[in-house]
Every structure is written in structure tokens, then in C-alpha cells.
Design a protein around this ligand. Sequence first.
Ligand code: SF4
Ligand code: SF4
Length: 121
Amino acid sequence: MSKWDISKIKEWGWQEHPIGSVIPEAATTDGYATGGWRSIRPILNLDKCVHCFICFIFCPDTSIVIDGEKMAGFNLQHCKGCGICAEVCPPKAIHMMNEAEALGLEKCLLPEEKPKEEKSA
Ligand code: SF4
Ligand code: SF4
């Protein structure tokens, strides 16, 4: 069977499936800065936060930072911007902001969205 021949895949047992990936040790995700995937980021309004930690429980990336008994913000090295924390926060103390806007950058525009250049006569 060649590497890419999957013509008989419906007949395969588990032995025919190639190894997809290997995780050599535990907690390796800590080494990957997944924050670079983000297009929107969470913004905390501390005045509204009641420090209930519901966001901490639901965050799939363990990116809620806690200082003592207080919600202290987000680990933006790992936060992927999924927005779950903003959805589950009871007092709506978190809102999501466009990443480019947060960084003070212009948004990336698709070619059809860019203003047309005026041609000189
Ligand atoms: S869920 Fe909302 S109120 Fe609770 S700790 Fe997180 S930000 Fe604060
Ligand atoms: S946006 Fe998603 S990954 Fe980022 S802190 Fe909120 S729940 Fe976690």
C-alpha cells in the first residue's frame, strides 16, 4: 500500500491507519503560544467583575489569570479568542474586541474591500 493510497479505506481495520501524531510527554501545550491564532480578544471590565471564576471554569485554554482571590485578566500568549468567557460571564464583565483594533492596527481588507485607486489622466 502506497502512503497516499486510501482507495480501500472503508475496508481498513485499525492496523492500517497510520500514526497521526505522538505526544511525547504531558503538558506540552504550555510551550505553544496559541494566542497568535486570535482575531478577537477578551477585554475585562473590572468594575463589573464579581470574581466568581465562572470564566476560569469554562475557558478551554486555561487563559484566565487569577491573583489571589481575584480575576486579574487573561493570558494572551495562550488565549485563542473563542469568546466563551464573555458568553458565560454572569454580569457581562467581558467583551470581545477586534484584535487589530486592540493593537491599534488597520484591519486587513480583502482586495474587493480596498478603496479603489484613482487613475491619473
Ligand atoms: S465570569 Fe465574569 S464576573 Fe466571574 S470572574 Fe470571570 S469576568 Fe469576573
Ligand atoms: S476568549 Fe476563550 S481562550 Fe480566551 S480567555 Fe476567553 S474563554 Fe479563554
